[in-house]
Write a protein that binds this ligand. Structure first.
Ligand code: FES
Length: 98
């Protein structure tokens, strides 16, 4: 697990873009649950930092496809998967498995 950010940097309903190991990762606070996913949509590469988060999914800003933040599965087109990362919150630190 690697340090990603301080918990306070990803406020409720917020997102934060970080770079770890040369990969852009979006940290997401969905009702207090922290998730992490790659920044580029597997469909046509739109930045997921601008995605809309709701009920454990993130919707791509370009075509609106939804991805399950738990496993990255696209709920609209089964052949697509957004890369997600396992997250642990340790004290005030967000750690991700990358
Ligand atoms: S680019 Fe994300 S759904 Fe098309």
């Amino acid at each position: 697990m690697q340090f990603a950010a301080k918990l306070a940097e990803v406020p409720l309903w917020g997102k934060k873009l970080i770079t770890v190991n040369n990969e852009e990762v979006v940290l997401i606070n969905d009702k207090g649950k922290i998730s992490a996913c790659e920044n580029y949509c597997p469909h046509q590469g739109s930045p997921m930092l601008a995605g809309i988060v709701k009920d454990g999914t993130i919707a791509c800003p370009r075509h609106g496809w939804h991805y399950d933040l738990a496993n990255g599965a696209c709920t609209d087109h089964s052949g697509y998967t957004l890369k997600t990362y396992r997250v642990e919150v340790v004290g005030d630190d967000i750690m991700i498995d990358i």
